[in-house]
Design a protein around this ligand. Structure first.
Ligand code: TXA
Ligand code: MG
Length: 326
């Protein structure tokens, strides 16, 4: 697909800037905006040509289905059908770092392209006040994957967005770093027991507390259920060596709770996701720290073990993807 170079405006979060960003979206343009999880690359979800621009700008190899972002539950219900369990999750956890995959509603206006032709739709109400303001001003669903080139780590600052997409999109709304730092948890409520398609910013435990035990994500249909979840989705250049208890000379170190601090002095580079072992802190720092260590040119990054409970499930999921062969 031919891509025309654009001037990318860096916008603030004042009312005038939000109005401008909303107008660009309504006119079919591409605007990167902050959510509490990561920065999203937004387009009018009802406009197929605008949505096609997302894939071109990201250089996504295939038309994966995208998350449609809305401001209110009423708007979400216009696009998707919420059964009792979906309603319970939406009531308790929206706005927030949760995406629900539900059957498409009869009146759904989201383009086929944004849904990749599926009979389900992924919906999210983000909590970030700037995302809320932008969605309210845009007055239509906004399709938005993470605002990075395909195959690179998701952006948690406007600078990360510009590093990958400057000249390829119309604007970036800069509201500083994202507080959660990991993408939303995706839960499918489309018949049968709800199931997690992607661990993320809402821990499994919080979801099970609301709807009971979740269905196991069957390995065989995982690619079909969450297309685009490539093993190597979050790939840095450096090789990632997980569950490291020591280091090899020349490696950079991605530590958690000081487990590898004895190796800090002779490491190629050293960073601790959370010296006091706070998983929320570690999640918020994960992508930015992976970028920083990768930028040092280290050939490999030794990663300390991270507990698997709570947000640790999503952190380990992203680390495993970053370590996958490609
Ligand atoms: O935190 C997030 O979720 C961020 C922010 C911007 O909201 N967005 C994000 O989007 O991570 P993206 O495109 O990188 O991931 C969307 C995931 C994909 O893995 C896609 O396959 C899945 O959602 N998805 C979308 N629609 C689906 C559907 N109908 N059925 C199953 N999976 C779906
Ligand atoms: Mg992504």
């Amino acid at each position: 697909m031919q891509h025309h170079l654009r001037q990318t405006q860096l916008l603030g979060t004042d009312e005038g800037s939000i109005a401008r960003a909303a107008q660009i979206l309504r006119d079919g343009g591409l605007v990167a905006f902050p959510t509490e999880t990561v920065y999203g690359l937004g387009a009018d979800a009802t406009n197929g040509a605008a949505v096609a621009g997302i894939y071109a700008a990201k250089q996504r190899p295939s038309f994966n289905p995208l998350i449609s972002h809305v401001a209110t539950l009423d708007q979400a219900r216009e696009q998707g059908h919420f059964d009792e369990q979906a309603s319970r999750l939406a009531d308790a956890l929206w706005p927030g770092p949760l995406t629900l995959v539900v059957p498409v509603a009869a009146g759904c206006r989201v383009s086929d392209l944004a849904r990749a032709g599926l009979d389900t739709i992924a919906l999210r109400i983000p909590a970030h006040p700037v995302a809320q303001a932008l969605l309210q001003a845009t007055e239509r669903p906004v399709a938005a994957p993470s605002a990075n080139l395909s195959g690179t780590v998701s952006p948690t600052t406007a600078r990360h967005v510009m590093d990958g997409l400057s000249g390829r999109i119309d604007a970036v709304v800069d509201a500083g770093p994202c507080s959660v730092g990991l993408e939303s948890t995706i839960v499918a409520c489309a018949g049968g027991r709800p199931r997690i398609l992607r661990p993320g910013g809402v821990p499994r435990e919080a979801i099970e507390q609301l709807v009971g035990p979740l269905a196991e994500a069957a390995q065989a249909d995982a690619p079909l259920l969450a297309p685009g979840m490539l093993a190597s989705h979050y790939a840095p250049n450096a090789r990632m060596r997980l569950e490291a208890l020591d280091t090899v000379p020349g490696e950079a170190v991605l530590d958690f709770s000081g487990q590898l601090s004895a190796f800090a002095a002779r490491a190629h580079a050293y960073a601790d996701l959370s010296p006091d072992g706070d998983l929320a802190r570690a999640a918020a720092n994960l992508f930015a720290t992976m970028r920083e260590l990768d930028a040092t040119g280290a050939s490999a990054i030794a990663v300390a073990p991270v507990p698997r409970s709570g947000l640790g499930e999503a952190i380990n999921d992203r680390l495993t993807r970053a370590a996958a062969d490609r």
